[in-house]
Design a protein around this ligand. Structure first.
Ligand SMILES: Cc1cc2nc3c(=O)[nH]c(=O)nc-3n(C[C@H](O)[C@H](O)[C@H](O)COP(=O)(O)OP(=O)(O)OC[C@H]3O[C@@H](n4cnc5c(N)ncnc54)[C@H](O)[C@@H]3O)c2cc1C
Length: 384
């Protein structure tokens, strides 16, 4: 069984490892960059380990965690907190919003009044409507509105007509201030983070990796591809790159938001308060969030590295979460032929796809191949 994998990020690497367990499989993975792992790869700055943005492992699917634990020792961090700086109150509050913070807000009476109207089931047409119906206008204006305007580079959150990805678990939490104490939240113990997982892929006998390579041609109907003027055959294709790129932008370009990462070393052992790993900025500043890497990596130094993220047009990291773009993506997906899959964040064209989903999709592909039950390129009901 000849398997072609396009892209050597988390989705491509997990698929290569999982499918290499088929005894008769011969896998070719092509990656246009110099490294495997893409943004999840750990690099070093002044000896401080860092990734492009936080990349902590978060899941409700234990199988994906158990899979990763076969290769990496993981450290639990489900106690970690996000704090949002609200300029108008000059205060940091937890994100997800916590009832205990609302108690100390100067405008709490008006907020409680607005929360009285909160419905159990929320029908909404866009992100703004969803959040106002969930938490009221004051809280929406404080922590959600500007953050999303910056994150998606839009003038108005009404443009965002999908939003199931937006509340990270809760809209308002009570009790525990941790962001994700309801699921598995972990980070590799190793100094080089996830790298040994990516490096393992290079050593698998039936996986051939072609770095700094892109396809010249792909024919899904005939199941052939061309690299450097040479033609090859495949039985199964796993695409992990944006579908518009794969089909030479035949139906136009899909919209993505990029991101710039600025690395800042502070001359203190720790910068953020204990248990706070992220700071969010939902005001008029250009950046959206900061992560103090040491909180995840436990790197020992008298200094601490902080990554500051600014949404930009640099890169294609965040599939734009609006229905018309998703419809365009589906047009591309309709071009996929039997046993051709499209997974991962760009491959699925869904912002919701995180590291655990890349593993889940790769595990599911194995099942689909075993059962010979391909029913379309998108893997996982919730992404279809
Ligand atoms: C800033 C940021 C922070 C994040 N933080 C977290 C987090 O904390 N936790 C979490 O779970 N998820 C996080 N995510 C999401 C998660 O990291 C991604 O969902 C996941 O890594 C995506 O992996 P992938 O393989 O689908 O795609 P990618 O990582 O994008 O990999 C695709 C690969 O394909 C290669 N490629 C592109 N075009 C071609 C081509 N034409 N030919 C060959 N190769 C090509 C690229 O070079 C790349 O190596 C974050 C994402 C971002 C952008």
């Amino acid at each position: 069984m000849k398997i072609l994998i396009i892209g050597g990020g988390f989705a491509g690497c997990a698929s290569a490892e999982i499918l290499s367990n088929f005894k008769k499989s011969k896998i070719v993975l092509i990656e246009k960059g110099n490294d495997l792992g893409a943004g999840v790869r750990t690099h070093f700055y002044g000896g401080h380990p860092f990734t492009f943005g936080p990349r902590h492992f978060l899941t409700e699917n234990k199988d994906t965690y158990l899979y990763l634990k076969k290769f990496l020792k993981m450290r639990n961090c489900n106690y970690h907190q996000f704090k949002s700086y609200v300029e108008q109150d000059d205060n940091f509050y937890n994100y997800p919003l916590n009832k205990r913070d609302i108690q100390v807000m100067p405008d709490r009476k008006k907020i409680y009044n607005q929360l009285k109207n909160k419905k159990k089931i929320i029908n909404a047409n866009n992100l703004e409507e969803f959040w106002i119906k969930s938490v009221g206008k004051i809280l929406y204006n404080k922590v959600i509105k500007n953050y999303n305007k910056k994150m998606w580079m839009v003038d108005d959150c009404k443009i965002l007509d999908t939003f199931n990805w937006s509340p990270k678990g809760f809209t308002i939490k009570s009790g525990n201030r941790a962001a994700f104490n309801d699921r598995i939240s972990a980070y590799p113990i190793h100094k080089d983070g996830y790298n040994r997982f990516f490096d393992k892929i290079k050593k698998i006998k039936n996986v051939k990796i072609k770095m700094r390579t892109t396809l010249d041609k792909l024919n899904m109907q005939k199941k052939t591809y061309q690299i450097g003027g040479k033609k090859y055959k495949f039985d199964i294709l796993i695409n992990t790159i944006a579908p518009d790129t794969l089909f030479n932008y035949k139906y136009g370009k899909l919209k993505f938001i990029g991101r710039d990462l600025i690395k800042i070393v502070f001359p203190t052992k720790e910068v953020f308060p204990k248990d706070v790993f992220f700071l969010y900025y939902p005001n008029t500043e250009k950046f959206t969030r900061m992560v103090e890497y040491k909180k995840f990596t436990k790197h020992k130094s008298k200094n601490s590295l902080v990554g500051l993220e600014i949404p930009s047009k640099n890169g294609r990291y965040y599939p734009f979460p609006i229905k018309s773009e998703q419809k365009k993506a589906r047009k591309y997906f309709s071009l996929f032929k039997h046993n051709c899959f499209s997974i991962g964040r760009a491959g699925t064209y869904r912002y919701e796809v995180d590291i655990d989903d890349c593993i889940e999709q790769s595990l599911k592909i194995k099942e689909i191949i075993l059962k010979n039950s391909w029913d379309g390129p998108i893997v996982g009901e919730r992404f279809k």
